[in-house]
Each structure stands twice: as C-alpha cells, then as structure tokens.
Write a protein that binds this ligand. Sequence first.
Ligand code: C2E
Ligand code: MG
Ligand code: MG
Ligand code: MG
Length: 280
Amino acid sequence: HAKQQGRNNFQFYSEELTVRSAERMALEIALRKARKNEEFELYFQPQIDIASGRIIGTEALLRWNQKDQGMIMPDRFIPVAEETGLIVGIGEWVLESACRAATKWNQDRKQGNVKVAVNLSSRQFIQNDLVGDIVRILEATQCKAEWLKLEITESLLLDDDQDILEKLTALHGLGLEISIDDFGTGYSSLSYLHRFPVSQLKIDRSFVRDIPTNEDKAELVKAMISIAQALHLTLVAEGVETQEQSNYLLANGCGVAQGYLYGRPIPATAFEELLQRQGI
Ligand code: C2E
Ligand code: MG
Ligand code: MG
Ligand code: MG
C-alpha cells in the first residue's frame, strides 16, 4: 500500500513539475521576445528627503507588459532572466532608458539633482564589459555620472573577487554612486564596506516594516544607521509605509525614505508630473 501511495505521490509530483517547467519555458520564450516587442517599461518610485519632503531621487523598477498575460512583476521574471543570461541584454536596456530619463530630468535643473537608481544583477558584472557599456550609454544619452546610482546586493561583495573590485572601482572613478540594496539581509561580514567603493546603504524593507513597535528591529535599524554614520555612508530606508516609520527614521538619523507613504512606482510621464507639481 505504501509503495502504491509512493508511486501516486511521485506521479503527482512529476506532473506538477512538468507543468511548472512548461510554464517556465513559456516565460523564457516570451522573455526572449520582450525587448524586440517593446514590452519593457521602467516605473519610477520617488526617494524623499524626509525633513523637507522633497524628491531627491528615484529608483527605476522594471515592468514587463506581456502581450497575453498583462503586467508581469520583476520577482517573477528577473530570476529567469538571470538564470538564462537574458538579464545582460535586459539590463542594458534598463541602463539606457534610465540614463535617458535622468538626462531629461536633470539637464535643465537649476538646483539639486534627481538621481536615478538602477538595480544591477551580479550576472551583469560577471558576463559583460559592464564598465565599457556604461561609459558608452552615458555618452550616448548625454547623462552625467552623478545623475546615476547603481544598486547592488551584498552577495556580489561577499567573496573577495578582484574582478568585481576592479569594475566597481572603475565605476566609482567615473563618478557613479554605488548603493547596497536590501542591506542587512545578506549579511556575512561588514569588512566589504571598507574594501569596496560603496557610498550608500539601503535599509531593507523587512527591518523598516516592524519599526518602531518591534524593539529588536528598531535596534537593528539603529545599528545600521550607526554603521553608516561611522563609515560616512549615506542612507535610504526602503518600504516606508507609515508616518510612524518615517518619524522614527528621521529621529534616529536616517533622512531619506522610499516607500508607499511617499509614492508607489509610477510610469515616467506620471513621475515627471510629480516633479513638475513640486516645482523642482
Ligand atoms: P528592490 O530593488 O529592493 O526594489 C524595491 C521593491 O519594493 C520594488 O518592488 C518596489 O515596488 C517595492 N516597494 C517599494 N516601496 C514599498 C512599500 O512601501 N511597501 C512594499 N510592500 N513594497 C514596496 P518591485 O518593483 O516589484 O521589484 C522587485 C525587485 O525586482 C527589486 O527589489 C529588484 O531586486 C528587482 N528589480 C526590479 N527592477 C529591476 C531591474 O531593472 N534590474 C534588476 N536586475 N532587478 C530589478
Ligand atoms: Mg533596488
Ligand atoms: Mg531593495
Ligand atoms: Mg528587494
């Protein structure tokens, strides 16, 4: 009886696997055509100076308007794009579109920049002439390095990789700001903050979500703020949804926030209207 049940389980499991791999394959096939079909779009979410309420930057977040399925969110397709290497070409498109937007929003600006942050996958560092591509894209779009920020994750910096160090040093040398995304979630050692030319920490949403009521999370956020201050790094808190969270962050030394409290990711034209409404 056990044997029979085992076989049934196996059948069920294998059927499920077949469905899943078929879905994945369909996603991959559609993903290969997405760029040519112009199905990608960047959304922009404001980054706010909490004290003044002004927009000082924005994170570019990729959206895929798939012809049959509608909008597909990055958590569903970025992993597939990374596994297949498609992220390299998609990432180039993201960089170019983000730079074009950054130029449009900054070239006639009288004061302050609206810095555009772009997410980079590890694969883009490993497989590609990333530095050469970024130089070329900055030139082609007439985007200044200081208008662009690169978000990377701690995992890229965990092993002592000379090639990654050289690429990040070159990008930093061009004047690009490097920010650690999801800070606090991939922890192994803080020594990389010294070794790599990092200038900003983005406190992960999982910490921000539970402040100020959860004392452990609140202490961890304070510790991250101390680390940033000690190492002269700037800070952004992500996933800020409530006024209480925002107040706590400002009171404890984190002056920049990103999250639904201040605005969801929106299309470029809507973000532009937001900038105009604020008269900046
Ligand atoms: P991330 O870089 O950590 O981006 C922040 C995510 O949190 C975004 O999800 C954003 O919409 C969401 N978010 C912002 N504020 C709030 C909030 O107040 N509450 C909640 N619950 N969520 C908030 P999104 O746009 O779905 O992107 C998910 C992830 O996909 C990103 O996480 C990033 O890792 C990746 N991603 C997005 N665009 C790109 C891209 O162009 N290239 C690469 N390589 N990865 C990307
Ligand atoms: Mg990010
Ligand atoms: Mg993040
Ligand atoms: Mg994240």
